[in-house]
Write a protein that binds this ligand. Structure first.
Ligand code: PLP
Length: 386
């Protein structure tokens, strides 16, 4: 059976070129970058090269980049690190109702520690109004955290505009952006977008699991939450994951080299899916479908009277892999905070699947998936109690 992997927002397949580079590092350039001998210097060289590549993509200096173990750790370091460094100046933080748990759980923790968290309004398409952010910023606001691309419905926030308005109101307020889903699919120049802290993750961009990235703006102070040998300027102690770092840099380079072309290909597949699925009754697409406010690779589809999990497994029987709700936490049944925040009607809440493509997918994958949905949905609906 042909495998059609459409769960790329959960994780991606590693590019063969990335796997090859990493194998070389694991087996040949395996030194500890802190070692003074040749093997260490060799590994250090890989680190330097990777940082330069990523700095070129983010239009920043290599020294502004720190490597962690995943997107979650990058978000934690940014948020908890900012709160620890600036908590004496103020205790007010602003966020959205549909952040990934990597952010929202930090907020819950900070709230329990006496911080005041303001949660912004979100519209039916999953968009935050930048003016609302500006209005919420106060003298004692130390941090605003808004995700770039939503992992469930693919809404893309106007982070540049949000950043500009935050700084206009209070230049001491830090702006954190969880760009785990946007990095590799959108142009991200943090300093031009007034972003102080930006998190990304390797496994969402065809690099392996276990590597994350945090950009820290010039002069931005955060307090590290990891104590140890003082690697990475003491910001994140622990021997660097050299192979993972090099792999992430290569994957990012491959994606950003042809970004416009790849975005166009992904949008073409998304549009073609939307057109072909339109003939199926009682289905709806969630989130923005346009190319400014919508992610190129995320399709959120609600299918009335079909349970998402049932549909997911029926598709799986045909070799098609999608997800229900948010993949990262879908093994913990919960009502999606994103779908609730956009006011999705109750009858659609448990009936929403996410199809997320990558540059490794083809138009044929989309056609086969649409065909499978057209065959499966009417049958599954017959077995759903009304
Ligand atoms: N932030 C967002 C928006 C995500 O989608 C995810 C993972 O799905 C994360 C953070 C966490 O990233 P990681 O799995 O690398 O910890």
């Amino acid at each position: 059976m042909r495998e059609i992997y459409l769960d790329n927002s959960a994780t991606t397949r590693v590019f063969p070129e990335v796997a090859e580079l990493m194998t070389r590092i694991y087996t040949e350039e395996y030194g500890n970058p802190s070692s003074l001998h040749h093997k260490g210097v060799e590994a250090e060289r890989e680190l330097t090269k990777a940082k330069q590549t990523l700095a070129g993509i983010l239009k920043c200096e290599p020294g502004q980049l720190y490597f962690t173990s995943c997107g979650t750790e990058s978000d934690n370091l940014a948020i908890l690190g900012a709160a620890a460094a600036h908590g004496r100046r103020g205790k007010h933080i602003i966020t959205t109702p549909f952040e990934h748990p990597a952010v929202s759980e930090c907020m819950k923790y900070l709230e329990s520690q006496g911080y005041e968290i303001t949660t912004l309004k979100v519209d039916g398409k999953g968009m935050i109004n930048p003016e609302d952010v500006a209005e919420a910023v106060r003298e004692d606001t130390i941090l605003v955290s808004v995700m770039h691309t939503n992992n469930e419905i693919g809404s893309v926030q106007q982070v540049g505009e949000i950043g500009r308005l935050i700084k206009e109101k209070n230049r001491n307020t830090l702006f954190h952006v969880d760009a785990v889903q946007g990095f590799g699919k959108a142009v991200l120049h943090p300093s031009r977008m007034h972003i102080d802290l930006l998190a990304a993750s390797g496994h969402k961009i065809h690099a392996p699991k276990g590597i994350g990235l945090l950009y820290v703006g010039k002069g931005v102070r955060i307090r590290s939450t990891i104590y140890g040998g003082g690697q990475q300027g003491g910001m994140r102690s622990g021997t660097e994951n050299v192979a993972g770092i090099a792999g992430m840099a290569l994957a990012a380079d491959m994606l950003y080299r042809d970004l416009e072309e790849e975005r166009a290909k992904l949008f073409r597949m998304k549009k073609s899916f939307a057109e072909k699925i339109a003939s199926l009754p009682d289905v709806q697409l969630n989130g923005p479908q346009d190319e400014v406010f919508g992610a190129p690779n995320v399709i959120s589809l609600s299918v009335k009277n079909v349970r998402a999990e049932v549909l997911l497994h029926a598709l799986e029987d045909r070799g098609i892999y999608v997800s229900s709700g948010s993949a990262c936490s879908s093994n913990r049944p919960h009502t999606s905070s994103t779908l609730t925040a956009i006011g999705l009607p109750k009858e659609y809440l448990d009936s929403t699947i996410r199809i997320s493509t990558s540059v490794m997918n083809t138009e044929e994958d989309i056609d086969d998936t649409v065909r499978a949905l057209q065959e499966l949905v009417p049958v599954l609906r017959k077995y759903t109690a009304h």
